[in-house]
Design a protein around this ligand. Structure first.
Ligand code: SAM
Length: 196
């Protein structure tokens, strides 16, 4: 019964993100545009859900590891697109070797995680020299933004959202060199502090 409910919830998750919000297509385009993907890249999509964003870029890279703590979401995504590996795990303790991936994606995920610092630290750890972290987060502006911010805080109990200045400062603390690539949204590409 519980697994039926989880599968149903995972189906609703996809319908909302894909059909209602068109999030997979829009964010897939942003990632393809901003992450400067190369055919040799190994991508780690942290909190990748059912892989809706990764599916849009998997054909352009060597492989994508979709790391997702929710079993039903990972199960729904598994096998749906080429060059993908779904792994259950937590962004605060990445089950990945040091300096082993080229691109870390954090798409609409940081504001769900209480210990976002740990995710940034872990992301920096697993990046190869010269690797990139791509962070996409909603930015809350204006009156509607203020309502959305309160709702998010209420739902996620005081977790994010942080603003982009705060996030950039955090990335610098973890040895990264952040650049804001898109004002609307917003998207930050954090290049690794180390060089090849
Ligand atoms: C809004 S969804 C975004 C999913 C996906 N990145 C996308 O853009 O389609 C937030 C995701 O963060 C995941 N998440 C929550 N806590 C997490 C954690 N501690 N580590 C990794 N992922 C987490 C959720 O399970 C969910 O899949």
């Amino acid at each position: 019964m519980r697994s039926v409910a989880s599968a149903l919830a995972a189906g609703i998750f996809d319908v909302v993100l894909e059909r209602l919000l068109r999030h997979y297509r829009l964010s897939g385009e942003i990632v393809a545009r901003c992450a400067a993907l190369r055919p040799t890249d190994l991508v780690l999509d942290v909190g990748g859900g059912t892989g809706g964003v990764s599916a849009r870029i998997a054909g352009a890279v060597r492989a994508v590891i979709v790391l997702e703590p929710n079993a039903a979401l990972a199960e729904r995504g598994r096998g749906r697109f080429v060059r993908s590996h779904f792994v259950r795990g937590d962004g605060t303790r990445l089950p990945v070797r040091d300096a082993s991936v080229d691109v870390v994606l954090l798409v609409e995920v940081l504001h769900h995680i209480l210990d976002a610092d740990a995710v940034l630290r872990e992301s920096a750890r697993v990046l190869r020299p010269g690797g990139r972290i791509l962070i996409e987060e909603v930015e809350f502006v204006g009156a509607m933004g203020s309502i959305a911010r309160r709702l998010e805080r209420w739902i996620f109990q005081g977790v994010w959202p942080r603003d982009r200045e705060g996030l950039c400062a955090d990335l610098v603390r973890f040895g990264m060199r952040p650049t804001v690539l898109e004002e609307e949204g917003f998207v930050i590409l954090a290049a690794s502090g180390r060089t090849r």
